[in-house]
Design a binder for this molecule. Structure first.
Ligand code: BG6
Length: 515
């Protein structure tokens, strides 16, 4: 059922001066829940999931009765697992002893092999016993935080052990991107998942969607009357969507060298940012209606002319350089990367959305590792005024307005416009600026905390739907096929770590100063 998002979302009220007066509190899960984390000894669990669960506990968003069961191949006891999770809190979250003592009693560990159906029967008994001892319903969230190679095994074995059934509570499976590595494998994964789970039980995570500043894109567009009338081809010249990172491949070479930037960032995060910028307003803020509108954007993506791909796509790979004052190796010298690897770590793409609103407006989408700085932002570049009535004194050119949505690490909205400089008749570009850090004092909710919370609440709004996944793979797969072909070396532009990316990209991208 597609219900508008409202239950549990407190409404903030503004007073006449516009200040927030009501309390806008975090949603709270009321129904007891058992969270089973596959890949419990992995990096994602320690760095993100467990700290996020502790964060939810601190916000009193978790239900009164909850259990966390770590499941993975390592041979550990409950005590060892608790020790690891305590360590993760010390490293990645504010170390709060009160929270730890509340959580630790609810932590358990179950060893299994993902490809052993019998081990999942044992897991089913283990969960049933835990819940029975505490008189809890079988509400279960299965979070798959493993390498993608075992997703199908886990879904199949959960199903075969009867763990996908919803007889005595809900059963939900949470899958991290990447959802496949091309259109065919995405369909194959989905078919396996759907042999056992129905769509309402499946949550496909894209943590970008849960970032506050990403959620704000829809609010900025559709809770204000002033932007939407201008939000189209008549007023917008182009849109830039950038997710630059200063980090390299880190310890994920095994995954990354087989994926590259297009699969790692474009098929998911970048496509979501694009759809939030380009979609039509849904009639109501509900999971299905929001996702319907995103799907229409993906359907309208203009396929790349594969014989002229360089006019639309520049790929790069970092060479050795300096980042934040430290020397860093080339991608091919990173541990675990093949020395002759042609995997792109940077891409910039010019994309068109073929519909009435966006016809002819290019979206420049860029993401790369080992760039100058971490910066995720959306820049909406408006057109210049149709004619300069000041041309006699100031010439024809007047710098056009620009709206920047800074997603991270700066969390800001800023708008440039022209003002008269004091004194002679000259224009000056000034900036109107809103900074989240100054605007709100409420504690921030981490993206992983938000997705976990929504999974427990059963709210799909911030998750991928399979039609969107397939449409995006449908758009990217021909490009990937072209990029994977033997003459790929020529298409890969090296760029120095710590730079702005390959020089070749400047030919594709618009002038950053809007001149
Ligand atoms: C992940 C990618 O999904 O997102 C990583 O796999 C990337 O390669 C990360 O570094 C970026 O996330 P964030 O939240 O730090 O921008």
């Amino acid at each position: 059922m597609d219900t508008p998002r409202s239950s549990g979302h407190a409404v903030a009220r503004t007073d006449s001066a516009g200040a927030i007066s009501g309390t806008c509190v975090m949603e709270q899960v009321r129904e007891p829940c058992t969270i089973v984390i596959f890949g419990a000894t992995g990096d994602l669990t320690s760095r993100k999931l467990f700290p996020a669960l502790a964060d939810l506990c601190a916000h009193q968003s978790l239900p009164r009765d909850f259990l966390i069961v770590g499941a993975s191949r390592s041979s550990l006891g409950d005590a060892d697992f608790r020790e690891r999770m305590h360590q993760s809190l010390t490293e990645y979250a504010p170390d709060d002893e009160a929270i730890w003592s509340r959580v630790k009693e609810r932590l358990f560990y179950h060893q299994l092999s993902y490809d052993e159906p019998g081990n999942f029967q044992a897991l089913a008994r283990f969960l049933a016993d835990l819940e029975k001892e505490r008189s809890l319903p079988a509400n279960r969230l299965y979070y798959v935080a493993t390498p993608p190679t075992v997703y199908e095994d886990i879904a199949r074995n959960l199903g075969q052990a009867g763990l996908a059934k919803e007889d005595d509570g809900y059963s939900r499976i949470v899958i991290e991107k990447p959802f496949g590595r091309d259109l065919a494998s995405a369909r194959q994964l989905d078919a396996v998942v759907h042999e056992h789970f129905r769509e309402h039980q499946v949550f496909r995570i894209d943590h970008y969607l849960a970032k506050e500043t990403v959620q704000n894109i829809l609010l900025l567009r559709f809770a204000n009357a002033i932007f939407e009338p201008l939000w189209n081809r008549n007023y917008i010249d182009h849109v830039g969507i950038t997710a630059a990172e200063s980090i390299g491949v880190e310890h994920r070479a095994g995954f990354y060298d087989n994926a590259g930037v297009l699969r790692d960032m474009f098929q998911n995060h970048m496509m979501q940012l694009l759809s939030l910028c380009a979609m039509e307003p849904p009639c109501v803020f509900s999971a299905e209606r929001v996702r319907d509108e995103k799907t229409k954007v993906y359907r309208a993506l203009r396929p790349f002319p594969v014989d002229r791909i360089d006019e639309h796509l520049i790929l790069g790979q970092y060479s050795a350089g300096m980042v934040n004052g430290a020397k860093v190796p080339a991608y091919v010298d990173e541990p675990g990367v093949a020395p002759d690897s042609l995997t792109p770590t940077y891409a910039t793409m010019k994309v068109y959305v073929d519909n009435w609103r966006w016809q002819g407006v290019p979206f420049y989408i860029t993401s790369g590792k080992r760039l100058t700085e971490k910066r995720t932002e959306i820049v909406v570049q408006f057109k210049e005024v149709p004619v300069s009535m000041f041309r006699e004194v100031m010439g024809e050119h007047i710098t056009a307005n620009r709206l920047t949505l800074s997603i991270q690490p700066k969390e800001e909205v800023s708008m440039t416009f022209q003002t008269k400089q004091p004194g002679p008749m000259c224009l000056r570009t000034v900036n109107m600026h809103f900074d989240y850090a100054q605007g709100f004092s409420a504690p921030k909710v981490d993206a992983y905390a938000k997705v976990l919370l929504d999974c427990m609440l059963g709210d799909h709004t911030l998750f991928w739907r399979q039609d969107g996944v397939e449409l995006c793979w449908g758009f990217l797969t021909p490009i990937l096929v072209e990029c994977d072909c033997p003459d790929q070396a020529e298409k890969l532009h090296l760029y120095k770590a710590g730079s702005h990316g390959p020089q070749a990209a400047t030919k594709l991208l618009p002038d950053p100063n809007g001149e």
